[in-house]
Design a protein around this ligand. Sequence first.
Ligand SMILES: Cc1cc2nc3c(=O)[nH]c(=O)nc-3n(C[C@H](O)[C@H](O)[C@H](O)COP(=O)(O)OP(=O)(O)OC[C@H]3O[C@@H](n4cnc5c(N)ncnc54)[C@H](O)[C@@H]3O)c2cc1C
Length: 349
Amino acid sequence: MALQFYPVKVSHIKRLTEAAVAISFDIPEELKQVFAYLPGQYITIRLNINGQTVNRAYSLCSSPNSDNTLTIGVKQTEHGLVSTYLNQCLQAGDSVELMAPNGNFKVDINSNAISSYVLIAGGSGITPLLSITKSVLQFQEDAKILLIYGNRDASSIMFFEDLELLKKTYPDRFTLIHILEYTDGENKGILSQELLETVLADSFKSSNHYYLCGPNQVMNNAEAVLHMHNIDGSYIHREYFTAPTPQSDEQDVSIESSDFTIHVKLYGKEYDIVVESQESILEAGIKNNIDPPYACQIAACCTCRAKLRSGKVHMESREALTDDEIEEGYILTCQAHPLTSDVFVDYDG
Ligand SMILES: Cc1cc2nc3c(=O)[nH]c(=O)nc-3n(C[C@H](O)[C@H](O)[C@H](O)COP(=O)(O)OP(=O)(O)OC[C@H]3O[C@@H](n4cnc5c(N)ncnc54)[C@H](O)[C@@H]3O)c2cc1C
């Protein structure tokens, strides 16, 4: 079942910077199909740290087409529970629990006719874009990539050597521009709107696809600049690692809330659970010990996605869902509050 967690062994850990590691997992032969993924997607990891069970999403930086292991790149966040554990405590040979890859930030190199990509990354946001870069360069022979990668300084660049190797291997098809806040060299600065205007100067083309991943400010700056150049929204792809800034029409929505008993289907079983006022459907599921799937709890990933079979819900944010998924009735249970008493949420759907 795609939603379940599978025990998987850590095969290798490589230090990338003082505060970031690449962690590779050995996927057993019988699980290879379950863990198939597209470049850009993420996995959900479940750990028990000091008696607390925690789930987090991490984008895969490996290429599904050419790398044998599944690899993630984790940057240690200040006071961050899981990222600190993964950077400081996890060892090769340890077993962790992983859920199958997921996510709508992806490139299907087999069916995609995209010939020109502009990728904008900040810090650890390089991870899904590295996967996309490797796969596209290797398997879409005519496609070109421009990668703008912002970091604090040279020592904080994740995957520096991998990127250099790609530059050497594909000099005509891969352009890499490092932007550093602290440097004596060129391209000094942060990924502000002004700087993006300058580095993207000849790259505002309606045929390009733009993939953005990094801190919210970087994403907002990039999007603002792309909109100013009339780039169609369907050509702009975003992956948030932290809570996305709400769209203006989603702000300050206050809802009348009260307790509702809802019906839930999960892993083939059915439950009636009470969702108290102000509680999300996911929170109620966790409280009732039905073990619902989740990772970020901030609408950035879609691990907690489920189908709304009946009733009405209010969603605070829906960033990780595509328009088609919303149309088909999918909801993010971490953001959803019941509005009617006939709510039926089907995780298996
Ligand atoms: C779809 C998706 C893909 C992701 N991929 C990656 C990845 O490839 N590499 C990676 O390193 N992280 C990635 N993340 C972020 C990751 O899931 C965790 O949120 C991050 O590692 C922090 O978890 P933590 O338990 O260490 O921090 P927590 O204990 O949850 O938080 C500690 C503090 O850090 C803040 N914080 C949390 N996350 C961040 C962040 N990313 N940047 C700055 N401050 C933060 C919180 O607000 C809090 O104040 C991804 C998130 C999503 C939703």
